[in-house]
Design a binder for this molecule. Structure first.
Ligand code: NAD
Ligand code: TYD
Length: 349
């Protein structure tokens, strides 16, 4: 095996697409997927690659310092791609401490383990920290987030991610940790937990349930198909400059309400329903506290330096996504029983 790479959070939404890409594309790498399997982690996401020779799953917690130390000693990792996190803004509003513990303490544990393992031997090593555009805060009607935009996180989630980004840079500056950070916009695609906008609304439309639009629905996000994010991570991991930050985005801004209307139209067609059926489920509900108005990414550094661009147009990505959820209803049914019902009631009643 030419390299042993730790991917954290590989059983989650984006992590599972990154693990699949690395396992299939690099048969000579050993890929270790570390995931504690929270409500968002699901090994079903990786059934197609779980028996590959170059893939190993380790169930464990990034917050457990002793365990992480042992894991690094066991595998002697050459690189880390760190995605494990608490990732949902609404949950961070209810329970900020969980976000501080996983996203900040967990990241620092990994940094310490990498620092101790690689001390004096940093050549060829890399700590890749996967972050979000939400660290930059909220934009007005114009402007884009650049890599040089000052951090201004507004939610407990984005504050915890911003803090972890700062720790990664501090380890680079203080201890010479070889690192790279990417900040990506909103992802969509197969295997996303139905607490996030698109899978939640797809599932509700399928079940004829209300579509809870926060506030006036005029909040803007930039949307990227998850496989394109995984491809960008691969490119940055192998070709990015150490100590740099790369913004990743879809060049694809939508207000929530416009996005939801397109989704409704496509869902009516996919389900064979009369036009307007899904739109009839739109229900405006109380706004999210501190709701960021607009995120928009300038991903030109990544495009110009590494030649990355999103491969899919949005309508095509959306119809692939809908098709995946409709043909994987068992996946959805399995994760929307039990605890999900409790979460849903508390969040939306
Ligand atoms: P997700 O919630 O779907 O998955 C997170 C994964 O991390 C889960 O498998 C979970 O079990 C695991 N995990 C959580 N706590 C852990 C712990 N203590 N130890 C080990 N594993 C743990 O999240 P996602 O949407 O796939 O996001 C992945 C990463 O990408 C996160 O760091 C997130 O901040 C970042 N990101 C997400 C988006 C997005 O649109 N979803 C956009 C930009 C950046
Ligand atoms: P979300 O998928 O939670 O991602 P983020 O908050 O990280 O951008 O939400 C995307 C947008 O959709 C955001 O503006 C909040 C809004 N939203 C709703 O209007 N209703 C919902 O039920 C959810 C989950 C989100």
């Amino acid at each position: 095996m030419s390299k042993t790479i730790l991917i954290t959070g590989g059983a989650g939404f984006i992590g599972s697409h990154v693990v699949r890409l690395f396992v299939n594309k690099y048969p000579d790498y050993k890929i270790v997927n570390l995931d504690v399997l929270t409500y968002a982690g699901n090994l079903e996401n990786l059934r197609d690659i779980e028996n590959k020779e170059n893939y190993i799953f380790e169930k464990g917690d990034i917050v457990d310092e002793g365990y992480i130390k042992e894991l690094f000693a066991k595998y002697n990792f050459d690189g880390v791609v760190h995605l494990a996190a608490e990732s949902h803004v609404d949950r961070s509003i209810t329970n900020p401490m969980e976000f501080i513990i996983t996203n900040v303490v967990g990241t620092v544990n990994l940094l310490n383990a990498a620092k101790n393992l690689w001390k004096g031997n940093e050549e060829g090593k890399l700590f890749y920290h996967v972050s979000t555009d939400e660290v930059y805060g909220s934009l007005g009607d114009t402007g884009l987030f650049l890599e040089t935009t000052s951090y201004d996180p507004q939610s407990p989630y984005s504050s915890s991610k911003a803090s972890s980004d700062h720790f990664v840079r501090a380890y680079g500056n203080t201890y010479g940790m070889p690192y790279v950070i990417s900040n990506c916009s909103n992802n969509y695609g197969p295997n996303q937990f139905p607490e996030k906008l698109l899978p939640l609304f797809i599932n509700n439309i399928r079940n004829g349930k209300a579509l809870p639009v926060y506030g006036d629905g005029k909040f803007t996000r930039d949307w990227l198909y998850v496989v394109d994010h995984a491809i960008a991570i691969d490119k940055i991991y192998h070709e990015g400059r150490k100590g740099e930050t790369y913004n990743i985005g879809g060049f694809n801004e939508w207000t929530n309400i416009d996005l939801i209307k397109i989704l409704c139209k496509q869902m009516d067609i996919a389900l064979g329903n009369e036009a307007g059926t899904a739109e009839g489920l739109i229900t405006y509900v109380k706004d999210r506290p501190g709701h960021d108005k607009r995120y928009a990414i300038d991903a030109n550094k990544l495009k110009n330096e590494l030649g990355w661009e999103p491969s899919l147009q949005f309508e095509e990505g959306l119809s692939k996504t809908i098709a995946w959820y409709l043909s994987n209803q068992e996946w959805m049914d399995n994760i929307t029983s039990g605890d999900y019902q409790k979460y849903y009631k508390e969040q939306y009643s």
